[in-house]
Design a protein around this ligand. Structure first.
Ligand code: UDP
Ligand code: LCN
Length: 811
């Protein structure tokens, strides 16, 4: 696309040439550097001192370009700008600071400018390694509008409709796909007798008339025989009514397809009986694990997801008229030193499911099985062996290949890619939280971060997996393409560079129809409104009373609440830096008004930093102790160690609602934020970070509030204002509570999710065959990077010595 900025910027600069020359002189005066929007604005403010003049310039076309600028790479005499004028749409230009001439440049050249700041030799190396996944985008199947991003399923249904829209023979790929459908070698839907589109078409007409002669609820077995003679197999429906509808759908698709019929036909196909879900790091269990390091929402999400998927699969299989038991395996890591959890057991049935299990496979090194927990940042050297071991076990337990493999987070997604490539199975990925955008400039400054976080491995694995995947599930739009002002997590992988390692000139395209938004829910049998008195888990009341109000200071709680009459503001999270629980404590400590109005309760971590093996957790614990001392919070604040019982936690949210309190989610960045929807489900007004998913979940001022984690004073004021307003307007608290509940009902339930995901499995299973050339080329490219690059990086990571884990306080 032609650069719109290169077109408009010269005129814009010309209009205020005098000031701009001075601004640019200032930009380059400090030599090479990377400037963010805030730096550019500061420099402009310093240069153009006259406020009226400055406002005039910034409100004009130049201001518009500047405000869309994400960053600028200064390499005198040039300043190269990366301008994002809409989600997913980027322009790159370089401006000569002396002459103010403007030239459009490619993403590749822009990245080179950036590299000049951090590693000049690499930038100038003509043979520096470039990654270009875009080179394999043979088809033009790309969305064009920012507003359509994340709607891949719908788009693919439209493309397929247009492909089958002409002659009947166009439907040959669909016929081939149907012919290949089977369950353990037994044909489904049709057999070889119907091996031509016109044969199928004619047979459908006869069969539909035949089936229509039976009452709708006639079971399939009563007319199965005749259909089989004509070449039809099981799978069309459990009774005459359903079979007829499915046949009609296919006839209409062959005659003149439309996207709605297409999606509904694929949703009926018997394609998915066995699903493998990888979630490797952390402690994956059903009790006593939440809040342990690296163990949070992903575990909750997957267990709820599995139950919803199983229910949906059982319903579909029944409606297909089949007698098949679905199988879902959640494949995770077996941790011998399991800290009192079940993570050292190989198999565990998933509670409230009938056909789903957790399968645990240990990490194997040359010295044997690794006993201790490993941080998600250090996990890479084990994954290849893990994939091999998992593959053998899965094939054995499922008695064959799965129909769908879903990965979770970087480690699970990489292993899912390795396995899906090897077995030729449809693959979906879920990031939960891509790490790259959480740390500013983590790509270009990767060398600074690498010893601690191993981003070289992580970003490479992410890139490989997102390209290998047939479809990508996200929880929100912002995860893919961000917001007006902030790039999305996937978008940040479009073009980036890690000088000395590789330059990704085309990493991922957010307009790729593989992206789909399917938001999770919260299990409503646990998270229901505080007003539903008869359902409440009253058995937990004494324990919660103890947790919140007992004066004792022990291993489970410190601090106390002297004034029980005050409402409580509550937060709960893993003790990662990014969760910013210490930030919230500091805001509270500093804001006298807020301290007068409410008490603070924090749930997370434990109290002895020396007992944490997780770097960030230990630092956060220390900081919390310091803040409690500094602001003398004892008496107004209660810090409770991580809580692992979901039902008790749900009652805790409701108890906070009883105090007419609020939930606060202050994260510096939150990919989605399950606690936000848990709190909202319980009817608790919620203040959540404007950085990431919660900004999309909550409509500010209607279903809760947004807060800016980088502006603590403003955020704590907003919370205090809310409680003041509640004092004068007795209905206000209920209004926000009701707004939150309404929002949840409309958008965040597991039923909607499971239906969408199974539809994706079915349609993308066909789509990958439809685009087999591109798929194979990408797979080869994947191998080319995996073998010499990723493997080498992963094998450089240290393997820890065997050593006993320190006892956890919560054990
Ligand atoms: N959680 C918990 N106990 C704790 C901390 C968190 O049960 O001490 C649960 C919380 O209720 C939620 C999940 O862990 O279900 C955290 O998910 P979220 O999406 O908020 O954050 P993540 O930890 O995945 O980054
Ligand atoms: C990981 C996170 O960090 C959260 O933002 C999500 O809610 C959670 O996974 C579930 O997807």
């Amino acid at each position: 696309m032609a650069s719109t900025v290169a077109g408009s910027m010269p005129d814009a600069l010309k209009q205020s040439r005098y000031h701009m020359k001075r601004c640019f002189a200032r930009f380059i005066a400090m030599g090479r550097r990377l400037m963010k929007l805030k730096h550019l604005t500061e420099e402009i403010e310093k240069t153009i001192e006259d406020k009226a003049e400055r406002t005039k310039i910034l409100e004009g076309s130049l201001g518009k370009i500047m405000s869309s600028t994400q960053e600028a790479a200064v390499v005198p005499p040039y300043v190269a700008f990366a301008v994002r004028h809409n989600p997913g749409f980027w322009d790159y230009v370089k401006v000569d600071a002396e002459t103010l001439s403007v030239e459009a440049i490619s993403a590749r050249d822009y990245l080179k400018f950036k590299e000049m700041i951090f590693d000049e030799d690499w930038a100038k190396d003509e043979n520096a390694l470039e990654v270009d996944f875009g080179a394999f985008d043979y088809s033009n199947h790309r969305l064009a509008l920012s507003s359509s991003v994340g709607n891949g399923l719908n788009f693919i249904s439209k493309v397929l409709s247009s492909k089958f829209g002409g002659k009947a023979e166009d439907a040959q790929p669909l016929l081939d796909y149907l012919l290949a459908l089977n369950h353990q070698g037994e044909n489904l839907m049709i057999n070889e007798n119907l091996n031509g589109v016109s044969k199928l078409q004619a047979a459908l007409i006869v069969a539909e008339v035949f089936v229509s002669s039976f009452p709708k609820d006639t079971p399939y077995k009563d007319f199965e025989h005749k259909l089989k003679e004509w070449g039809f197999e099981k799978g069309w429906g459990h009774n005459a009514g359903r079979v007829r509808e499915t046949m009609r759908l296919l006839s209409e698709i062959i005659q003149a397809p439309d996207p709605i019929n297409m999606e509904s036909f694929f949703s009926r196909l018997p394609t998915t009986f066995n699903i493998v879900i990888f979630s490797i790091h952390g402690y994956f269990g059903q009790a006593d694990v939440l809040g342990l390091p690296d163990t949070g929402g992903q575990v909750v999400y997957i267990l709820d997801q599995v139950r919803a998927l199983e229910e949906e699969m059982l319903q579909r299989i029944k409606q297909q008229g089949l007698n098949v038991k679905p199988k879902i395996l959640v494949v995770t890591r077996l941790i011998p030193d399991a800290r009192g959890t079940t993570c050292n057991q190989e198999m565990e049935p998933i509670l409230n499911s009938s056909h789903s299990h957790i399968l645990r496979i240990p990490f194997r090194t040359e010295k044997g099985v690794l006993r201790q927990w490993v941080s998600r940042f250090d996990i890479y050297p084990y994954l290849e062996n893990y994939a091999k071991d998992a593959s053998a076990k899965i094939l054995e337990l499922m008695e064959g290949k799965p129909d769908l493999i879903i990965g979770n987070y970087t480690d699970g997604n990489l292993v899912a890619s390795l396995l899906a490539n090897k077995l030729g199975v449809t693959q979906g990925t879920i990031a939960h939280a891509l790490e790259k955008t959480k740390y500013e400039d983590s790509d270009v400054k990767w060398k600074q971060f690498d010893s601690k976080y191993h981003f070289s491995c992580q970003f490479t694995a992410d890139l490989l997996a997102m390209n290998a995947a047939d479809f990508i599930i996200t929880s929100t739009y912002q995860e893919i393409a961000g917001s007006e002002t902030r790039p999305g997590q996937y978008e940040s992988h479009t073009a980036f560079t890690m000088p000395g390692l590789y330059r990704a000139v085309s990493g991922i395209n957010v307009f790729d129809p593989k992206f789909n938004i399917a938001a999770p829910g919260a299990e409503q049998s646990a998270y229901f409104p505080f007003t539903e008195k008869q359902k409440r888990f009253s058995a937990f009341r004494p324990a919660i009373e103890e947790l919140l109000y007992s004066n004792e200071q022990n291993n489970e709680h410190i601090g106390f609440l002297a004034d029980r009459k005050k409402p409580i503001i509550f937060s709960m999270a893993r003790f990662d830096t990014v969760k910013n629980l210490s930030g919230l404590t500091e805001w509270y400590g500093k804001n006298k008004k807020l301290r007068n109005l409410v008490n603070l309760v924090i749930v997370g971590g434990f109290f002895d930093p020396s007992k944490s093996k997780d770097r960030e957790e230990a630092a956060e614990i220390k900081k919390m102790h310091e803040l409690i001392e500094k602001y003398k919070l004892k008496g107004q604040m209660r810090w409770i160690a991580a809580q692992t019982d979901k039902y008790q936690n749900s009652e805790l949210y409701r108890t906070i609602a009883d105090t007419k309190g609020a939930f606060v989610q202050p994260a510096l960045y939150e990919a989605f934020g399950l606690t936000v929807i848990e709190a909202m489900n319980c009817g608790l007004p919620t203040f959540a970070t404007n950085q990431g998913g919660p900004a999309e979940i909550i409509v500010d001022g209607v279903s809760g509030f947004h807060i800016d984690p980088y502006n603590g004073d403003e955020s704590s004021k907003k919370i205090a204002d809310f409680f003041e307003k509640c004092k004068v307007d007795s209905k206000y608290w209920n209004k926000i509570c009701g707004g939150g509940l309404k929002r949840i009902e409309e958008c965040y339930t597991w039923k909607i999710y499971a239906n969408k995901l199974l539809n994706m499995g079915s349609i993308y299973g066909f789509w990958r065959q439809f685009n087999v050339g591109q798929k194979q080329a990408k797979q080869r490219y994947f191998e080319m990077f995996y073998n010499p690059l990723f493997r080498k990086l992963a094998n450089n990571l240290p393997i820890p010595h065997e050593e006993p884990l320190p006892l956890a306080t919560s054990d």
